[in-house]
Design a protein around this ligand. Sequence first.
Ligand code: HEC
Length: 133
Amino acid sequence: MQKIILLLWISVCIHAQGNKSFILGQSLYEKTCISCHGAKGEGNPSIHLVVKPKRLNASLLTQAQAIKMIAKGSHYWGAYSDIMPAFDVIYNDEHIEAIVQYMYSSFPTEERVKKITKELNIVITPLTKQSKK
Ligand code: HEC
């Protein structure tokens, strides 16, 4: 009985932790990203930028790739523009992971990415691997 209570307690804690991170991610996303990427990751096409912000709800990046892109900005990540700034100057790893957790649970998940890439029959190689060549 005690073991069951302990297990229940642990799972409540894990859930609460996940929730806390989701709420943090949501608030940071709404503060920082929404103006360019939209509330549901749909992008903001009317924004006056040379390179339009990507639609995050159609992104093919894995969570690990998205974390890197957000931390280091689009230029570092290999994009032509540097319109998307590096966010590791204002956010730590925990913040960025929370934002990505929020994005991937509110917008499509990696399962959807896998489905899209399978439908299109394309293979995505992370840029970090490509640049090692
Ligand atoms: C000033 C506008 C701007 C802000 C603010 C901004 N982004 Fe971006 N973001 C862009 C642009 C522009 C691109 C496309 C870059 C390119 O392809 O050159 C992009 C690309 C991305 C991508 C890559 C998507 C893909 O599939 O390639 C991710 C992930 C991303 N942004 C997440 C975020 C998050 C999370 C935040 C908030 C912390 C944020 N962005 C804030 C403009 C912005």
